[in-house]
Design a protein around this ligand. Structure first.
Ligand SMILES: Cc1ncc(C[n+]2csc(CCOP(=O)(O)OP(=O)(O)O)c2C)c(N)n1
Ligand SMILES: [Mg+2]
Length: 195
């Protein structure tokens, strides 16, 4: 997609997201190397949530940060505090602008934590409780709310209004999904491929 965007020449940038576990796979290394060589406009965003399923970071790789892998491909690598919405925004903006200037791909690593299991059947018993508690204190939504309150952008009534609106939106979406007919096979590719 990034190569197509480059050829279109409209200044558009592709972004892709993956886990730190996925960044040890061969296709990651091949893809990021080719993207660097072709200087295509793409931002590789690694959601480093400390675990690849049940495998902790220290048993996945010898590098302390996934972002250092960028050096092996001659592209920019940046680390952002993944639970800080504005830090991620700033780092992503810089990477997108770099791509738009024709300077090719970037690797942006967002440090975060997976607060639940890998999937619903996984109780994440392998994660030390202490570690979870430390990350719980850095909850991205609560942290952002606190900053908005500090800056006088959000007050108690505003917060209540947003919470109520979101609950209503969610309820309406669930009701809509439950009332919808079961999808048919022919619709399988809808929203998946662009023509
Ligand atoms: C090629 C391949 N090997 C192994 C697996 C099994 N597997 C499923 S998820 C996972 C870990 C992925 O780690 P990460 O990218 O950090 O994602 P997270 O667990 O944080 O969602 C593995 C090894 C797989 N799905 N595909
Ligand atoms: Mg992970």
């Amino acid at each position: 997609m990034a190569l197509a965007l480059k050829r279109q020449g409209k200044g558009r940038v592709a972004m892709t997201w993956f886990g730190e576990g996925a960044s040890s796979r061969g296709d990651f290394h091949e893809g990021i190397n080719l993207a660097a060589v072709l200087r295509v406009p793409v931002v590789f965003v690694c959601n480093n949530n400390q675990y690849a399923y049940s495998t902790p970071l220290s048993r996945q790789t010898r590098v302390p940060d996934i972002a250092v892998r960028a050096g092996g491909y001659g592209i920019a690598g940046t680390i952002a505090e993944g639970n800080d919405v504005l830090a991620v925004y700033e780092a992503a903006k810089e990477a997108v602008e770099r791509a738009r200037r024709g300077e090719g791909p970037s690797l942006l690593e967002c440090k975060t934590m997976r607060m639940r299991g890998h999937s619903e059947h996984d109780d994440a018993a392998y994660v030390p409780r202490q570690m979870l508690e430390e990350w719980r204190a850095k909850d991205p939504i609560q942290g952002f709310e606190a900053r908005l309150r500090e800056w006088g952008i959000l007050d108690v009534s505003g917060e209540a209004r947003i919470t109520k609106r979101l609950a209503e939106e969610l309820e309406a979406a669930v009701a809509w999904a439950e009332a919808s007919p079961f999808p048919e096979g022919k619709d399988m590719e809808q929203g998946v491929y662009s023509t």
